[in-house]
Unconditional design. Structure first.
Lengths: 170, 170
DNA sequence: TATTTGCGTCAGCCATGTTGACGTATTTTG
DNA sequence: CAAAATACGTCAACATGGCTGACGCAAATA
């Protein structure tokens, strides 16, 4: 990160060039196409299971943070509980997810994948992994670090701890 | 790009570490949150105009490539013409977009923003620009290059020329 | 004990994607 | 030149996944 603040060095000419509209638009476009291509990778498998992208997101985060309370998942997904309830009802009805009463707080419902849910999530992850691993390999380790840095900067600072916690202990 | 192929040097230990699941999941998560936070930035302004994200995407690309034929926009958005037609009808009804008969091929309908459409698109772009410029500035130029490289790798090679053309002449 | 919190649910609506079937003008091809 | 392909539009029906609003209940907290 030696150059992390290259723009703040008072070099207005470099700054003006660096922040040119074309560079911003390039980022917007690559982010749009990169994201949509990534998520599209799992659509076929989801279809075969009669699930949609909303189900995938829920499965993903439950796999990532076992025993997550419903409220935490709501905060991550940034949707209403009514929207999530439809998805969770589907997943529980298919035996992919189960809930347990919280020990510390018995009002909480802690979400877990069943073995079947874990198997499906692993297969869905594999679809994403292929694309991401290929992109990492093509771009190189140094590029990956930059990729993370820019994306982190797009996330409001208040939300970063919540996302950082997903990484904890891995 | 001196390190672009660091992984292909036959160092299987480094490769195994680099491609570990945690790194992949980190990329997936940052890409998800980065993308959703970026697009959310324009929601308020869109709401005030009674438009949705689908309208924004169309406005964005029409601004980016004036005189784009409908078919090209369909290819970029990767949706059906029926879906796009609703959006374009809205935009034309509000006087934000107009169509012109193609000169070379009179079957084509070339899309253009009206002055009002251009004004709105500029305001929407400004909402995105703020977030992206901040992320670029925080991360540094070198990180931005890596950001672009990884995202490009996520896009199927066959689609890259189409996206590259958006940059042409800017 | 009163209030707040975590979660669930019913009901209805909206935005935006899909398929399928047709129609028309224009260009291209055999 | 006639036939086929292409670019675009449209009608109709449906699926997914968001939303708001209104309630209810059990458990934790003040």
């Amino acid at each position: 990160m030696a150059d992390a603040n290259i723009l703040n060095a008072g070099n207005t000419a470099a700054s003006a060039q660096f922040l040119r509209e074309a560079e911003i638009r390039r980022g917007i476009e690559l982010l749009y196409f990169g994201y949509t291509n990534m998520v599209r990778g799992a659509d076929g498998l989801l279809d075969r299971h009669g699930l949609g992208r909303a189900h995938h997101r829920a499965l993903y985060f439950i796999a990532r943070r076992p025993a997550m309370p419903v409220g935490d998942l709501l905060a991550l997904l940034n949707i209403t509980k009514q929207s999530l309830s439809r998805v969770l009802a589907d997943l529980q009805g298919r035996g992919l997810v189960i809930q347990a009463v919280g020990q510390r707080d018995r009002r909480q419902r802690l979400l877990e994948l069943t073995p079947e849910g874990a198997t499906l999530e692993a297969a869905l992850f594999e679809e994403l992994r292929t694309g991401m691993a290929g992109a990492y390999a093509q771009a190189g380790q140094n590029a990956v670090t930059g990729f993370w840095a820019v994306l982190t900067g797009l996330i409001p600072a208040v939300d970063r701890p919540m996302i950082q916690e997903l990484q904890a202990g891995l």
